[in-house]
Design a binder for this molecule. Structure first.
Ligand SMILES: Cc1ncc(COP(=O)(O)O)c(C=O)c1O
Length: 493
């Protein structure tokens, strides 16, 4: 197939050049109705491209023309049986993977490191979760991947489950052995669904990890927007015909869950991002890996800083491949800020406020910088200078203390399925000691990495309560609750 082409984008340009007089959606009518406040900044072209399903430009939910060609090229590049563009991120993709494979009251086996969008999938489908605990890397204090032994044990005890859902890589580039997970799931006749949101670039350079698509997974979701040059909200889903997935149901799920008015600017950005990867992937990732390797090496020379690298493939049994484009800056030893301990969360704020640098995320121990198709050596130098300066100001010398905080609490007791809890009668109560013992009616996840600490239908016990309180005090961001500050929490009546 001719990967140099971007058939969808090219087709839209052809249509635009016809200059038709329009009497249809969107209301801005090819930009003519847009206020100058926005148009002066964005320019005209973005509105010309913001079309609807007019003649010849194809339709996301019934792709037969230029959009089908674009999706076929995507499938060809990643080696799937079929691939589909998504306009509601990997959130929508995760919903579709679960909704199309596991029905109401049926079991799904999933890693506890699943992003909260997987919980959304459970609510939509009514599936009953059976969780596998996630392993941790205690050197840098983050959750990693599933222990294949524990996964198999859980499957053996639940052979009636309809699918296995795993998340790998984690945010930090630590990638599990997908081939092994797929073999285990298939041995028990279950499809393997992979949330590869952070691995859209996988397989696009010989020194990057291989994608789950080529390792036996049945469905794989990737957030193109996270690491590639497509626009926010864009993702794609890959389907492999290993005899486990009902493709018609997957297509129906995508129709149910996604807008009937997909944004053509977003879809075009996916088409062009695929073409860019296919034609320039090797050159781009030569540069990206150079930048990442320079950063890792230089940051590792700064007192008090450790940046994990490829060696983790040897030291951590649950990291089979490491993605070098993730720069996890660990603050080791004694770091002090305002006479208190400088958590990763505080380091992120310092980078923001003192150095004008915005990173992807922070946790108690680390700050994470993404190096993507859009990064160059001068970006790296800005970060190195800032961390050098921070080390001079805030690093107070070695200390034997390793990672001494709680990385993740245990999995709480599941009392109701997420869907049952979603529809149950509930009330808002103060988030204090009195919630201990109550069944939660909403998801509470702490960002990063967005893994649910307690999900709808799970009992809030003391450890869970104290963990959430402790993280909030350290500076973690809570996501999910109706009350964004979590002064109140929604519990079952
Ligand atoms: C592992 C994982 N899965 C899914 C998602 C949701 O992806 P999106 O933002 O593309 O909807 C995220 C978002 O951060 C994520 O980290």
């Amino acid at each position: 197939m001719d990967q140099r082409r971007a058939p969808y984008f090219e087709g839209l340009l052809k249509y635009i050049n016809q200059g038709r007089t329009a009497f249809h959606m969107p209301g801005h009518n090819r930009g003519k109705g847009v206020h100058p406040l926005l148009k002066d900044f964005l320019g005209e072209n973005v509105f010309l491209l913001d079309l609807t399903e007019v003649e010849g430009v194809d339709y996301l939910h019934k792709a037969t023309g230029i959009l089908k060609e674009a999706q076929d090229l995507l499938s060809d590049l990643y080696g799937s049986t079929e691939s589909f563009f998504l306009i509601n991120g990997s959130t929508g993709g995760n919903h579709a993977m679960i909704f199309s494979t596991v029905g109401d009251g049926e079991k799904i086996i999933l890693g506890r490191n699943s992003h909260r969008s997987a919980l959304g999938g459970l609510i939509v489908s009514g599936a009953v979760p059976v969780y596998v605990p996630v392993e941790v890397n205690s050197r840098i204090g983050v959750t990693t991947n599933l222990d294949p032994g524990k996964l198999e044990e859980t499957i053996k005890n639940n052979t009636d489950a309809k699918a296995v859902f795993i998340t790998t890589p984690n945010y930090y580039g630590m990638t599990g052995n997908v081939k092994l997970y797929a073999d285990i799931a298939h041995k028990y006749n279950m499809p393997l669904l992979v949330d590869e949101a952070h691995g859209a670039h996988y397989g696009m350079h010989p020194e990057l990890p291989e994608t789950a698509v080529r390792q036996g997974a049945d469905l794989v979701v990737q957030s193109a927007h996270k690491t590639l040059a497509s626009m926010t909200q864009t993702s794609w889903i890959h389907y492999n015909d290993n005899g486990f997935i009902d493709l018609a149901r997957l297509k129906m799920a995508l129709q149910v869950l996604q807008s009937t008015s997909p944004n053509y600017v977003l879809l075009s950005s996916l088409d062009v991002a695929r073409m860019q990867l296919a034609t320039e992937g090797k050159i781009i990732y030569d540069r990206v890996l150079d930048v990442a390797r320079y950063l890792r090496k230089t940051l590792n020379e700064i007192p008090g800083i450790f940046v994990i690298g490829k060696e983790v493939e040897e030291t951590d049994p649950f990291v089979s491949v490491y993605d070098e484009t993730k720069i996890v800056i660990s603050f080791e030893g004694k770091w002090e800020y305002n006479k208190g301990r400088m958590y990763g969360y505080i380091a992120e704020k310092i980078l923001n406020h003192e150095y004008n640098i915005e990173v992807e995320l922070s946790d108690p121990h680390n700050v994470l910088a993404f190096i993507t198709v859009g990064h160059y050596m001068d970006d790296a130098k800005v970060l190195v200078d800032a961390i050098k300066d921070m080390s001079k100001k805030y690093y107070k010398g070695e200390e034997t203390r390793g990672v001494d905080y709680h990385i993740l609490p245990h999995i709480p007791e599941v009392v109701l399925t997420p869907r049952e809890a979603f529809f149950a009668k509930s009330e808002m109560v103060a988030f204090d000691e009195n919630v201990i013992g109550r069944v939660c009616a909403e998801v509470v996840s702490l960002y990063p990495p967005g893994i649910p600490i307690v999900a709808p239908g799970e009992r809030i016990d003391r450890e869970i309560y104290e963990f959430i309180k402790e993280r909030i005090t350290q500076g973690a961001e809570v996501q999910g609750p109706i009350d964004p500050e979590l002064n109140y929490i929604k519990v079952i009546k």
